[in-house]
Write a protein that binds this ligand. Structure first.
Ligand code: ARG
Length: 459
């Protein structure tokens, strides 16, 4: 059914159906309705307080808006593309419900400051939800680290075995990333939490409104300083998408590791059956689809960031309809990130570390070669020389297909007369991690303290 447009006064022709459908955003912006109504309630109270509408009119508007909210909540509201967006739907429903008083709600307001307010209210909610979900994920991560706090694994660089590290230390690296992610979202919240309403279309309004009062009602700690900026700024949304993208980078890296570790080649972990899927043709398969999809969804979130950056990059001030394209990117990102965080926390609780395999991996690949070089340094061999000596020892082992620990003292002494019987103690993986006591290192004492600190922080 075609509707008379609230903006139809200057038009002679009816809007083309094609255009109605092309410009409509109602199929996605309807999810803003609770925020749109919240903003309108505050706006209405301010209008009454400023005597721009009467107390009776304000009463009617408030009751009307609440009734509309109920109808939408209960799926009894009819949406139609000819009413474009959620703002016009609610205004039209209000006028239908309460008559002329409803036509006063849009006093001193434009959809430009209205939509900016709605999106900020929405994002304020969602950012806090995401911060909470990240914390839950950190808890799962720390729980996993705690369960296996004694496990030593190979640390890697270039995906080649490098030095022994505690598995908990490796996992706590992700804890740190997630901690920074949470900080970033808290930062983002500061810039989301600014009230644009009262900027009207772009220039402000001549009517005697009270923006501070609206900000107080909507619990915004600050109000925008420039009306042109207020209606054309989507920095806060880009920042949110950037923060989500960085978070997804972190989760994608962890996913990559979980995928590798669950392969037969590594066999470091077993992801619970409930969190894996099978193959329709290969009966033996058990696939790590959850981390794979998380890795894939990172691409999707980065795409949303790039899409909004591109939408905004050449827009002249102030509002342009292009900006309606911000919403699907935002909504899909919020949905994706929330789902990813939720499933990830649950999955981490279902991961078992295969101690036997991890242990075995630590024994092979000359992981303590650096420790042997350090041993020589402590016996006054210059580090470069020590490095060369150990390099020759490794070459000798490679030629014989053995490990450092398989060599006899006599064999070792051929490479350096500084090597004594106590060397074997030095090149044990346990001794290696114990020795890494520099701040932030993998020594068990430090890692246990870090684990404790993380647990305390997450309380
Ligand atoms: N649906 C629009 C958006 O999402 C609302 C603002 C429209 N303003 C306008 N003057 N056409 O951006």
């Amino acid at each position: 059914m075609a509707q008379k447009k609230p903006w139809g006064g200057r038009f002679r022709q009816k809007t083309s159906k094609l255009v109605e459908e092309f410009t409509a955003s109602i199929h996605f912006d309807r999810r803003l309705y609770p925020y749109d109504i919240e903003g309108s309630l505050a706006h209405c109270r301010m209008l009454a307080r400023q005597k721009l509408i009467t107390k009776d009119e304000s009463r009617l508007i408030i009751d009307g808006l609440r009734a509309i909210k109920k109808e939408i909540d209960q799926d009894q509201f009819i949406f139609t593309p000819s009413l474009e967006d959620i703002h016009m739907h609610i205004e039209k429903a209000l006028v239908d419900k309460i008559g002329p008083a409803g036509e006063k709600l849009h006093t001193a307001r434009s959809r430009n400051d209205q939509v900016a307010t709605d999106v900020r209210l929405y994002l304020r909610d969602k950012v806090q939800e995401i911060i909470g979900l990240i914390k839950k994920l950190q808890q799962s991560l720390v729980g996993l680290a705690r369960r296996y706090s004694d496990v030593i694994m190979p640390g890697y660089t270039h995906l080649q075995r490098a030095q022994p590290v505690l598995l908990a230390h490796h996992l706590l690296a992700y804890y740190e990333m997630l901690k920074r992610d949470r900080e970033r979202f808290f930062e983002c919240l500061k810039r989301v939490n600014v009230l644009p309403l009262g900027s009207a279309a772009l220039a402000g309004t001549g009517l005697p409104i009270d923006r501070r009062y609206v900000a107080k009602l909507l619990d915004f700690p600050s109000i925008s300083a420039n009306s042109i900026d207020a209606v054309s700024d989507r920095d806060f949304a880009m920042e949110f998408l950037a923060d989500c993208s960085i978070l997804m980078v972190h989760l994608s890296r962890l996913s990559e590791e979980l995928i590798l570790w669950s392969s037969s080649e590594f066999s470091f972990i077993e992801i619970g059956d409930a969190f894996c899927t099978g193959s329709s043709i290969m009966p033996q398969k058990k696939n790590p689809d959850v981390p794979e999809l998380v890795r894939g969804k990172a691409g999707r979130v980065f795409g949303h960031l790039l899409s909004l950056l591109t939408v905004m990059k050449a827009l002249p001030l102030a509002y342009n309809r292009d900006m309606q394209e911000d919403k699907e990117a935002l909504f899909d990102t919020v949905d994706t990130v929330a789902r990813v965080l939720t499933v990830y926390s649950a999955m981490l609780g279902q991961i078992e570390i295969r101690r036997d395999k991890v242990n075995k991996a630590v024994q092979k690949g000359f992981l303590t070669a650096t420790d042997l070089a350090d041993y020589l340094v402590l016996r006054e061999v210059p580090f470069r020389e020590a490095h060369a000596i150990v390099g020759r020892i490794v070459r000798y082992c490679l030629d014989r297909g053995c490990e450092l620990t398989d060599l006899s003292l006599d064999e070792l002494k051929k490479f350096s007369d500084r090597i004594e019987a106590d060397v074997f103690e030095y090149i044990r993986p346990e001794k290696s991690v114990e020795s890494r006591v520099s701040t932030g290192g993998t020594a068990p004492g430090l890692v246990l303290a870090a684990l404790k600190a993380a647990e305390k922080e997450l309380k």
